[in-house]
Design a binder for this molecule. Structure first.
Ligand SMILES: NC(=O)c1ccc[n+]([C@@H]2O[C@H](COP(=O)([O-])OP(=O)(O)OC[C@H]3O[C@@H](n4cnc5c(N)ncnc54)[C@H](O)[C@@H]3O)[C@@H](O)[C@H]2O)c1
Length: 347
């Protein structure tokens, strides 16, 4: 990739649905992105976004290839549905564009591998919107674990309990929790530990009274490459006492533990040097260093990482060749739930 690009990043955005609010706000605030095209298979949706954000000069259409030919952008922002991510990315790469796409990077492992190969062969970037990596509190948890103050990590737990009524496709789809949501939590586990997934054993079910058709709850136990065991317990039909969308976390190390509520609260305890060695050894409440100040967070953070690499060279954190490991966790968990076996995680 060429080094030091100045000027605006010229972008075509494909898929003008619900999530684009999280994209347009940080993109337009930055001032260094020009939306030169908007594409949706439903033309009225693209027009509505054009009106909403006063993008009068943007070419609007239903055919991505045609809009790319007319506008020759630097990048495509892919906000389409998962089933379209492969085709949108391949078309964008073919037109010489970099791609920042919504999660998941593709809707199957075969499609994901194809796209990762195509990105490598094109010399262009394909990064995935795994926005939770760019939350200051997730960084805080990762930094605490990496500091070694808890000793070497042995166990990481994430609890995810909510009861959203989405209506629409989610209430009909198979493996809804694992496919549509768990990738965020699985990716955050990789982020916090810095370890790769090795294998998984998963049980998936749809509890009595569920308003989803399939798979709204799951428990998955992953073995990670550093020996850490990552335990995920999740449900989208757990009524009451909701956790944060970012999950509730506990990291256990050889010398101490840390808890993060998924919001702004983090607590930690470690063994006290020279403390009493009774039935339970004496602990010390740790003052956890504050989260880092991030200029861009969430969707805006991933966008900033992508643009910085476009301008200066380098690799975004959520580059597809790494992000495929999080997708592989999802698909291995689904395979394990179906077979009842522990499954190796391969990408
Ligand atoms: N990162 C997050 O926190 C987060 C949150 C919600 C959704 N998402 C992801 O964002 C993506 C979109 O979700 P959404 O909730 O906005 O869905 P949505 O259904 O509201 O919008 C998708 C849009 O894509 C359009 N579309 C479908 N196929 C297309 C194609 N081939 N070319 C152009 N347009 C096409 C649809 O007409 C629709 O307007 C999904 O991959 C979803 O998983 C991510």
């Amino acid at each position: 990739m060429s080094i030091k690009k100045n000027g605006k990043l010229r972008v075509v955005l494909a898929g003008c649905g619900g999530i684009t609010g999280a994209w347009f706000t940080p993109a337009l605030e930055r001032g260094d992105i020009e939306f030169v095209g908007l594409v949706d298979i439903d033309l009225e949706r693209a027009r509505a976004k054009q009106r909403e954000h006063a993008l009068d000069k943007a070419v609007v259409g239903t055919d991505l290839g045609e809009v790319l030919r007319q506008t020759s952008p630097d990048a495509v922002f892919d906000c389409t549905i998962p089933a379209a991510h492969r085709d949108v990315t391949l078309a964008a790469l073919k037109h010489g564009c970099h791609v920042l796409g919504e999660k998941p990077l593709a809707d199957s492992m075969a499609a994901a591998r194809e796209v990762v190969r195509a990105a490598a062969g094109s010399g262009k970037l394909y990064a995935v919107m795994q926005n939770r990596r760019y939350l200051p509190e997730a960084r805080r948890m990762r930094d605490l674990v990496a500091s070694g103050v808890l000793g070497r990590i042995t166990t990481l737990n994430a609890d995810f309990y909510l009861d959203p009524h989405f209506g629409g496709f989610r209430e009909e789809m198979e493996h809804v929790l694992l496919l549509d949501m768990a990738i965020h939590t699985f990716d955050t586990a990789r982020f916090i530990t810095g370890e790769d997934p090795v294998s998984v054993s998963c049980h998936e079910w749809n509890p009595r009274g569920s308003w989803f058709r399939h798979g709204s709850s799951a428990v998955a136990v992953f073995e990670l490459s550093g020996g850490t065991v990552f335990c995920y317990r999740g449900s989208w039909c757990a009524v009451g006492l909701s956790t944060a969308w970012e999950s509730e976390w506990r990291a256990i190390g050889e010398r101490g533990s840390a808890k993060w509520d998924g919001g702004i609260t983090m607590t930690a305890q470690i063994l006290k040097e020279g403390g009493a060695q009774g039935f339970q050894h004496e602990k010390l409440d740790l003052e956890v260093p504050p989260p880092p100040e991030l200029e861009h967070r969430g969707h805006g953070g991933a966008m900033d990482d992508f643009i910085r690499c476009w301008r200066e060279g380098g690799t975004p954190q959520t580059v597809c060749s790494d992000n495929i490991k999080s997708l592989a966790m999802v698909h291995a968990a689904i395979e394990s739930a179906g077979s009842g076996n522990r499954i190796p995680v391969r990408w």
